[in-house]
Design a protein around this ligand. Structure first.
Ligand code: SAH
Length: 253
């Protein structure tokens, strides 16, 4: 887990240096997203996994294995396939990004899910986080507010062989009432307050992972556990997400 902002900022500086180094590296071959030759990506993928392990954020073997199994090159734009296994977010169009693999791993770990759990994701984006959750054995429900991204992620998930992920185009602030309650809820865009409809859709014993804060710089990642006596929140540190858009401020605070 991230313990302090300073550490994250140092990490950010390191990432920027790595990014500069990566940009200067010529690719010997340009793979395509349809490339079934996983060997093209194998070396990059193991380098990424080594980086995630080296981060020492307490990510368990099942989560590492789930992240490793997902072909991230199937969830980026064709122009970004060469960077698919870099440990950083990438643009996916519509001003949105596919999350950094390390953050996906940390959030998946913090959810603490077991096979068969029902998990709601808010912000399908590329479908990458949904695929990692499916690899964990979860029954995944995912809501995306931008129709072209909802369509694209559906294609990505289908082409990558993930069946049984339920998707919906809507404002995820309000969750997915008809399918509630959930064992886990993961919010991959940042609201400026915790959406109360999502709290209500969490089972007792269930967890929500949500970045909360104003748009712009860093937000605080919260792990919120539903208990019989109300919610218990733990601060997991600073992260950077695109804002949650939509109705947000209606009916609660
Ligand atoms: N989980 C994604 C990351 C997507 S970035 C992935 O693995 O690729 C955040 C996504 O949240 C964007 O696609 C954005 O359109 C979406 N989003 C923003 N506000 C939303 C809302 N109110 N309801 C549902 N999705 C929302």
């Amino acid at each position: 887990m991230i313990r302090a902002g300073a550490r994250l900022v140092r990490c950010g500086v390191l990432m920027a240096v790595l990014l500069l180094a990566a940009c200067g590296e010529p690719a010997s071959r340009t793979p395509t997203a349809d490339d079934r030759d996983v060997g093209v990506y194998a070396e990059r993928r193991s380098k990424l996994m080594a980086e995630i392990r080296a981060s020492e954020r307490g990510i368990s073997e099942p989560v590492l294995a789930a992240v490793e199994r997902v072909d991230r090159h199937r969830f980026v734009r064709p122009e970004n396939v060469n960077e698919a296994y870099e440990n950083r977010p990438l643009p996916i169009g519509e001003g949105q990004t596919i999350s950094q693999p390390l953050i996906v791993a940390m959030m998946t770990e913090a959810l603490g899910i077991s096979p068969g759990d029902r998990v709601l994701e808010i912000g399908t984006g590329s479908g990458y986080q949904a695929a990692v959750l499916a690899e964990m054995g979860a029954k995944v429900y995912s809501v995306e507010i931008i129709p072209p991204l909802a369509g694209w992620s559906e294609e990505n998930l289908r082409d990558a062989g993930y069946e049984g992920i339920e998707q919906r185009t809507d404002d995820g602030y309000f969750g997915w009432e008809d399918e509630a309650p959930f064992d886990g809820i993961i919010v991959t865009a940042a609201p400026d307050h915790v959406p109360q409809p999502l709290i209500r859709q969490l089972k007792v014993g269930g967890r929500m992972i949500v970045p909360v804060g104003p748009p712009g710089f860093y937000q605080t990642l919260w792990q919120i556990e539903q208990t019989a006596d109300g919610v218990v929140a733990e601060n997991l540190g600073l992260v950077r997400f695109v804002p949650l858009t939509g109705e947000m401020s209606a009916e609660d605070s």
